[in-house]
Design a protein around this ligand. Sequence first.
Ligand code: ZN
Length: 204
Amino acid sequence: MNYVNHEFEARDEDGKLIVPEPVQEAIRTLLRWAGDDPEREGLADTPARVGRAWREYCAGYEEDPGIHLRRTFSEVAGYDEVVLLRDIPFQSHCEHHLAPITGTASIAYLPKNRVVGISKLARVLHGFARRLQIQERLTSEVANCIWDNLQPHGVAVVIDAQHGCMTGRGVRTPGVGMVTSRMLGCFLEDDSSRKEVLSLMGRK
Ligand SMILES: [Zn+2]
């Protein structure tokens, strides 16, 4: 994948990104299609705001999330137990409706000599979440990225999220969470390791 470099884009005097006219016009078209009048006062700045907001929602296209795992520490004083970051809140958007996906992720790995700063696991999550996603792929991408970059004994990722396309439209069932998990290495192959990591995550 080629990462988008938006560094040299035009900005106004307040430093805000200038949203190109075709992008704003697309949003006006959508507003009209939804039944509103894009020319009314309250919607006047909406196309530019939406344009900037979407660039933030999709900022993950500008980075390789694996970059956060390149700096590792090998002096771990023989620590050979699970490292877990639990219930990290995140937001993403579904690629089918562009609706928000909001939830939490628990990310664990069993290190093999190398560990990373704990905040880096959250950065990897956000790097993949700030793209158009489906929850299953998000879960796999986070797990595979840690697996490839840290080469640990095992990786476990569990994501619990609500989908705006389910709560606000379609079957309209608020409060229903979808759970996905991806286990690699010892957590995939060994039942007792998997049970241990799931219980550390607060799951059965
Ligand atoms: Zn959707």
